[in-house]
Design a protein. Structure first.
Length: 318
């Protein structure tokens, strides 16, 4: 009987502890009142602030600049890709066609110190703000981009190189309150105007986004790429392993790729607002970002009276 009583005492002990802890937690809170009948201790917690909208309608700010080369890069011979095509025994039947096209190493193209194929884009100054843009404005932007040879979202393979080598897409835009993201409708068109078959595999890090076979003479394929302003999409051809290209899909309409002289210009930017600018090149360090702040962006503010000039320097990684 004595041992049985001890066993019952031990069995009841956890329940007593729980009861004591419960009473202690309740007693440690605020005293219930008419304004606070539950005695809630979190009465000083502020609700989340609504996101701040940055309207882009009728904005006339201009942000321009140049990307220049610093130092030297041990660039492979100009016909490096040509040699690879010749040595690709499995694709020997495509060799003659591949050599008709541009076989230059496209990773670093420099003219008068200016670097081609850097991507520059503008984002809101903090995570609690967003570009206010309605569907009609989005449709107009997408339409204009498709009609412009510099911005149309088409990736072709006329010989054995991706054209263009670097491409930027505007694929997402925010809801009116900035809490949701919607597709802009801009898709990547993957074409093959070559006399040989091609394959286009698109990856972002370890994630495969698309893998499209495009035999010669077939219609282009449409691919939707989710926006991500922290990681680039890599294009490869499984048929011709030396082919490579890069695509940025972002959620801002303010994006540009530098021209052959390294210049860029972005128009229609909101003025007198806290913004950030990002600049990327495939040979840049830290994920390719060559701006202060890396993927988070460098703080800028565009004035209404004159264009803001922001220049960047590429010191290519070997």
């Amino acid at each position: 009987m004595k041992s049985h009583f001890a066993w019952r005492s031990l069995a009841l002990a956890p329940a007593a502890v729980v009861l004591a802890l419960t009473l202690g937690c309740t007693g440690g809170g605020s005293t219930p009142t008419q304004d606070n009948p539950g005695g809630d201790t979190n009465t000083n917690v502020e609700p989340p602030k609504p996101k701040a909208a940055i309207p882009i309608k009728d904005a006339k700010g201009v942000l321009k600049g140049k990307v220049t080369l610093k130092g030297e890069w041990n660039k492979p011979e100009k016909d490096d890709a040509k040699k690879k095509a010749i040595d690709a025994g499995a694709n020997a039947s495509d060799k003659d066609h591949c050599l008709k096209g541009d076989t230059e190493d496209m990773r670093l193209l420099v003219k008068d110190g200016g670097v081609k194929n850097a991507v520059v884009w503008v984002i809101p100054g903090d995570s609690n703000s967003f570009f206010k843009i309605d569907k009609a404005e989005v449709d107009e932007i997408v339409k204009k981009r498709a009609a412009n040879d510099k911005t149309k979202p088409v990736l072709d393979q006329p010989f054995c190189a991706f054209k263009p080598h670097v491409l930027a897409l505007f694929t997402k835009y925010p809801s009116e309150d900035g809490k949701k993201m919607f597709d802009t409708g801009e898709q990547l068109t993957v074409a093959n105007s070559a006399a040989v078959g091609h394959n286009t595999k698109l990856t972002r890090g370890a994630n495969e986004l698309a893998n499209v076979n495009i035999p010669k003479g077939t219609d282009p394929a449409k691919v939707t790429i989710p926006a991500n302003d922290a990681q680039v999409v890599r294009a490869q051809c499984n048929v011709h392993g030396f082919m490579e290209g890069f695509i940025w899909a972002v959620d801002t309409p303010f994006v540009a790729v530098t021209d052959e002289n390294g210049n860029f210009e972005i128009q229609g930017v909101p003025t007198d607002k806290d913004l950030k600018i990002v600049c990327w090149h495939e040979l840049g360090g830290s994920g390719g970002f060559i701006n202060d702040g890396k993927s988070n962006g460098k703080k800028v503010k565009v004035g209404a009276d004159k264009p803001l000039e922001e220049n960047f320097v590429l010191e290519p990684k070997q």
